[in-house]
Design a protein around this ligand. Structure first.
Ligand code: SF4
Length: 321
């Protein structure tokens, strides 16, 4: 059963009366209970905006967000936040700027309990201490300030802050990209462990395809505000169908599992078009090595490629029409 579903979701940012940024444009996606969906794509493809719009941190411009069968309001009121914050949380990208430097770690982690539950004083401190231990820190770290911790430790604090309310759905917005490679695996393993013990459902946003493949059950690829391929993570990674996904995978250092040789690097050429002037037809046409006449005029719909890999695969490309 889908825990969260978005239908034709769009988020535009108005620049002036005649121009707007098409950050997320007509995205439909559903995430099952206890599923991890990885979201990949270049910077500026709309991944973070999609995650924030799903949570109501951005007001949607069009479309629907359905959580456990309930249609969420277009604009959240304080009472909606109160209700949904307990169920839906976000782990932010930058562990340096996302923690208030003037609050102690105990205040930061316990803030959600103060705002969204009836718990007080000692009860909150006890729960914060338990969560500090759960994320591999010490209970007496509660009285310290964020600047006293390393990047990896700060991200653990961010994880504890997001999960202390025991949400069902969490958007992890590039939770490891600001960390050293040696620390990235620790944070991913921590999320994996907590996902298994808490039965979390996650949208995991990242640049690193091999990390997303490792973490997620399904992988969705975004390009210029649209989802252009989605399927079982291993299928998408080892047998990508959309020309953009093929280039993304080709530029990944992971060796080919068949030959165990490094894949030839196929760096993507050209610039991603401006999300203010979205081109007609396929948005990837100006960079696609397989572009055809039809690609310049008709926008390809996301269609189900039957019998490809181990699960449903959808791709938006005229090569498969
Ligand atoms: Fe390339 Fe055309 Fe497919 Fe777009 S629709 S990815 S331009 S082949």
């Amino acid at each position: 059963m889908a825990l969260l579903q978005v239908r034709h979701l769009s988020k535009f940012f108005n620049i002036d009366r005649n121009h707007r940024v098409h950050a997320v444009d007509d995205v439909s996606l559903s995430i099952a209970e206890r599923e991890i969906v990885g979201l990949v794509g270049e910077s500026g493809s709309g991944k973070s905006t999609l995650g924030k719009t799903m949570l109501g941190l951005h007001h949607k411009s069009a479309g629907e967000v359905i959580y456990k069968g309930e249609l969420l309001p277009a604009k959240y009121h304080p009472a909606d936040f109160q209700r949904h914050a307990k169920n839906m949380q976000m782990i932010f990208q930058d562990p340096y700027s996302s923690l208030n430097p003037r609050m102690t770690v105990g205040e930061i982690i316990g803030e959600g309990l103060r705002l969204h539950t009836n718990k007080k004083g000692t009860e909150i401190r006890e729960q914060v201490a338990r969560w500090l231990k759960r994320v591999g820190l010490e209970p007496d770290h509660m009285s310290r300030y964020p600047h006293e911790f390393s990047g990896g430790q700060r991200q653990r604090i961010g994880v504890a802050r997001a999960l202390i309310l025991e949400p069902e759905f969490v958007v992890c917005d590039e939770p490891i990209s600001a960390l050293d490679v040696s620390v990235q695996a620790q944070v991913v393993n921590l999320l994996d462990e907590l996902k298994a013990s808490m039965g979390l459902t996650l949208l995991f946003i990242a640049h690193d395809l091999s990390m997303v493949r490792y973490v997620s059950d399904r992988m969705a690829v975004m390009y210029l505000g649209s989802v252009i391929e989605i399927g079982v993570s291993d299928d998408v990674f080892f047998n990508p169908k959309h020309p953009y996904t093929q280039i993304l995978v080709g530029s990944n250092p992971e060796p080919d599992p068949q030959t165990e040789r490094a894949r030839p690097s196929t760096a993507i050429k050209g610039e991603i078009p401006s999300p203010v002037n979205v081109p007609a037809g396929c948005r990837f046409a100006n960079r696609c090595p397989q572009m055809m006449e039809v690609c310049r005029v008709e926008t390809p719909a996301l269609i189900d490629l039957k019998e490809v890999g181990s699960g449903k695969r959808e791709v938006a490309c005229h090569l498969y029409n």
